[in-house]
Design a protein around this ligand. Structure first.
Ligand code: ADP
Ligand code: MG
Length: 383
């Protein structure tokens, strides 16, 4: 809970009139002033629609939107103290750099001397001092992007919205701009809401990430939270290649998978709750077979530049992906070791009934088995 959010969404949903399909479902969040927020999600998940609702480019169908504690649902675009940076930059191609950046100030009828001062400051911020008279067409992609950013900050809005602003840049420039944008945001102390479909970008830049899937926030947290504790298969798949196997949370801190029980650092689930177990490829270490927690046979090995990517299969036919700086030999039987902190537990998205049926089946087998063993042992003792 944020005491004084700069932006708040309360039960915001959106459907477009043409087909009535729900594009956003019950979006709720509060953004703290001065932070770097990222909306991360696949194409079509609803990220741009969220930004457009903040900017006033489109309406929410239901729900309330607040900017600095004022409800802004009915406030026109030009009276919202936010500025959007679009992927295609949306610059005026026939005007020079100065006029492009001055544009929002001219609309607001700021006096000439102030405009000049602020434009030159903004240019300095984006490291384009001396470019004021250049034509937009004479600029590189990266320079255009900087002009668009300078225009967004020149008016010192409360919030800057950035809709995939780096995706048109090549990888090197993109990485550079990631650092620059982050540094700029920290220097200005303005709230940034940044949209990307690139998880690494989101992890590198943000104070806080919202993962959007199919019009819903499916997870939110700091980059470290997001990376460490995927809450469901969607998030895990999204966040990186992971090994995901079915397991059973026997009790707090005890999980069973691959027919064996392992200490875990997770608790708070029901006893014998079916779960999915996630272990990242880089958390699996190669050992001798009798020293490993799992025993696997190497199927394939690829050199990925820094590490080997090894696919190995266990005796139940489950494949495991391992990232290791040590190489293995195809066909070799090896052990895999990991720490209990490397086991991430995800609860399943299943209905109550499905859950009960599963548990019943599992518990029955367990009890029957345990009962049989006891019975046999008792028989033996009697004998
Ligand atoms: P993202 O930015 O995450 O790629 P968008 O917010 O642009 O996703 O779009 C979310 C969904 O809304 C998509 O399925 C898209 O087709 C639909 N959509 C976006 N704009 C409109 C519109 N003006 N009319 C109808 N459907 C739209
Ligand atoms: Mg978009």
């Amino acid at each position: 809970m944020t005491t004084n959010p700069i932006i708040a969404f309360k039960h915001v949903s959106k459907s477009f009139e043409d087909n009535g399909q729900l594009i956003l479902r019950d979006i709720n969040f509060e953004l703290e002033a001065g932070k770097f927020y990222t909306l991360l999600g696949a194409s079509g998940s609803g990220k741009s629609t969220i930004l457009n609702i903040i900017a006033g480019l489109t309406d929410a169908t239901t729900g309330d939107i607040y900017l600095d504690n004022e409800r802004i649902n009915d406030v026109p675009i030009n009276q919202r103290d936010v500025h959007t940076v679009f992927q295609n930059y949306a610059l005026l191609p026939h005007k020079n750099v100065f006029d492009n950046i001055a544009f929002p100030l001219k609309i607001r009828k700021v006096d000439k001397a102030q405009i000049e001062k602020r434009v030159l400051e903004a240019l300095k911020m984006v490291r384009l001092t001396g470019f004021e008279n250049r034509r937009i067409q004479k600029l590189s992609g990266g320079q255009r992007q900087r002009v668009a950013i300078a225009r967004a900050i020149v008016n010192q809005p409360k919030v800057v919205l950035l809709d995939e602003p780096l995706s048109a840049l090549d990888l090197k420039l993109r990485t550079e701009m990631q650092y620059e944008l982050r540094a700029l945001q920290q220097k200005l102390g303005i709230t940034f809401v940044f949209v990307t479909h690139d998880q690494e970008e989101a992890l590198a830049m943000s104070d806080w990430i919202f993962i959007i899937n199919d019009g819903e926030i499916v997870q939110s947290g700091t980059p470290v939270d997001i990376y460490d504790e995927p809450i469901n298969r969607f998030v895990a798949n999204f966040i990186g290649e992971s090994n995901i196997v079915s397991g059973i949370m026997i009790d707090d801190y005890l999980v069973e998978f691959n027919g064996k029980r392992f200490e875990s650092v997770d608790g708070g689930m029901r006893k014998n709750e079916p779960v999915e177990v996630v272990i990242r490829p880089e958390d699996l270490r190669l050992t001798l077979p009798d020293e490993g927690k799992l025993i696997v046979k190497v199927q394939t090995q690829l050199f990925r530049g820094v590490h080997y990517e090894i696919i190995a299969v266990d005796d139940l036919g489950q494949e495991w992906m391992i990232h290791s700086t040590r190489r293995a030999i195809v066909g070799e039987v090896i052990g895999l070791d990991f720490e209990s902190e490397d086991i991430h537990i995800m609860r399943l998205n299943e209905t109550e009934e499905e859950f009960d049926a599963r548990i019943e089946e599992y518990v029955d087998e367990e009890i029957v088995e345990a009962g049989l063993i006891n019975a046999i042992e008792e028989e033996n003792i009697k004998d």
